[in-house]
Design a protein around this ligand. Sequence first.
Ligand code: CO8
Length: 258
Amino acid sequence: MAYENILVETHGKVGVIILNRPKALNALSRGLMRELTQALDAFEANTDIGAIVLTGSEKAFAAGADIKEMANKSYMDAYMEDFITADWERATTCRKPVIAAVSGYALGGGCELAMMCDFILAAENAKFGQPEITIGTMPGAGGTQRLTRFVGKAKAMEMCLTGRMMDATEAERSGLVSRVVPVDDLKDEAIKVAGRIADLSLPLVMMVKESVNRSYETTLREGVRFERRLFHSTFATTDQKEGMAAFVEKRQPDFKNK
Ligand code: CO8
């Protein structure tokens, strides 16, 4: 498919989506988000793909929703089109893992999009922020909710109330990102990590992802119960038999995604 606002690549079993509106620092326009949804749909449906990397340019993962596109919206426009629900949350419903590889700015909707992914790898120059308050609005794609769960109330409140940006070191210390890597290594490292995941059993990867995500939506007791049921169900898979047999026989497993 020909896209105007994103680039799409495959590296073995890894699908890579690159946000590509360099003149606007990858501002998330409606057209870009629609294409992102289409690309995620395509990778989800492609049985050769086991994990997805979402990245931007060295200067910007994404500098937020497209301010020029929304500046003149009325309340009725926003309400009637259910502004942002359509085409914004596809990353949160992907069953395959989606890794955000963030270099440069991840601001506003850009920070929110990164947080919708399963984890964030950051380059040393990454900057995260929710500056919406400084342009007369507020986060609208989960910023006040996900950031608070990931970094705690004090930092989330300060960032959302002041628009202060967090650099990569602070983001790692605060638990927003899993790791920080040199700028030049970011894409390769994200593809390497995604490739390691894609070589595992896809149904088991999906179960782990579902179980970790459940921890954000339920009580500890219910979450552990959910995990236990999924854990039991792994014994019904061919890949559990293969994985454990391979360990005992001191060889690499050959997972069949069954
Ligand atoms: N939207 C539209 N255009 C943008 C955006 C944006 N978010 N960010 C940058 N650009 C454009 C600039 O207008 C400029 O274009 P031009 O050359 O035509 O003037 C070009 O990108 C380069 O930008 P700068 O010249 O400003 O580059 P600097 O290096 O000087 O500054 C900054 C970089 C600090 C990132 C600066 O561009 C900036 O502050 N950008 C806006 C950041 C921001 O406020 N983001 C939040 C937007 S609101 C939001 O995301 C709400 C989310 C709600 C849910 C989702 C709804 C869809």
